[in-house]
Design a protein around this ligand. Sequence first.
Ligand code: HEM
Length: 421
Amino acid sequence: MDKVKQGISTSRLKEGQISPMLRWLTGDLIPFLQNPLAASIAANHWRPVARLRFLHMGVALILDPALTHQVFMDSEDAFNKGKPVKAALDKWIGDGLLVADGEYWKHQRKLIAPLFHHRYMTDYVIVMHRRCLRLVEGWNDGQHFDLKNTLSKLTLGIVCEALFSEYNSDRYADELAEILKVLVRVVGLEASVLVLPDWLPIPYKRAKRQAAARLRDIVEAIIADRRSKQDSQDTRPDLLSLMLAARDEQDQAMSDTVLRNESATLLLAGHETTATTLMWAFVLLAQRPELYAALALEARQVLGDSVTAPTLDQLAQLKLATAVIAETLRLYPAAWLTGREANHRVHLTDDVVIPKGGLVFISAYNNHRNPAYFSDPEAFLPERWLDGSLEKNLPKGVYIPFGEGPVPRLSVHATVQAAQG
Ligand code: HEM
């Protein structure tokens, strides 16, 4: 069987590139800003905890599964999502669910989780199916295209339609694609350690301000339009209508600002992650043509020649497709680095103490390639997931493509794994 070897170059970090004096002053900051993935791999070497230094600030890069699990589970009390990521995303999603903490996070989580209940998932799958058909109908044999752009447009169209209905998706998807391209690029630059103030008169900050302002305008216009039609027949069963109808325990609805932040959060959380995962799946499958053929066979056997959208039951039967996505998320987890900041002094172990305000990084990329848990960890082997024993036996904190948390993961994450097949 062909085994696809995956590797990551750390050549940009060769000693001598940074003068010893600068390295002494800034610690691991410059390598990390240059190439965070390579820097975290270089620091880690399968140690349970690697210590990084950004100027005067210590950062603990956690690899040990039990500690990883502990940090995720302590997110309510001991840790928060961290200043860098909040500052990077503030203009874009405000305090939307992805960056919310504490009581507010719990409150919002209760309002948002039901939107992904099974009974609504079927509708989202119909949207996914229709948009995929529309895309491939336009393809011709031998045609070349930019895979990442095509998939980003596809997944954005899907998220937009699931969120704001087909009408708004068709109307705004192209503009949103441009806006989100800018924002995703800037956040990729920023969400690591040093986020400069957004008001700085430098080109990428200007681009970020303009893109975030336009995004807010579009989402606010869609919400205002929907509110004005709320009593008419012209309301659509999409995520926005579910959010408008949601009530908390005090029977309070979400304000327009909260709706805007949560809508922008879903646009961010739902489109780039899925596009990146699909892209890697295609890249990896291209190197295993026999697996690609087996996938096509599985799809024919489970779905037949039907052109209607698959049901959730049928998706669950696509075992090989689900394994391909699980393995793709193992090798290339879209959210490959997650950060937390200590609310107070935290004793992770006798030796590892995180001071108040100290940062902890968890690299899903590193965890997922740990040879202690995955044999031949660099190889693309979806087969490893097929009989279910690997997943059952993995300790918590090892396989974390969707993070972990004190409450069950959102059902959208479970469905993503099946629905992408
Ligand atoms: C391959 C696809 C996806 C990946 C790899 C992924 C990954 C993640 C990760 C790692 C987190 C936790 C971040 C943290 O704790 O710091 C997260 C949170 C979240 N994701 Fe996803 N995600 C995916 C798809 C989606 C989709 C399709 C949606 C919705 C349309 C979504 C909505 C969310 C939301 C709302 C949160 C915040 C949950 C909370 O804090 O309770 N994600 N995702």
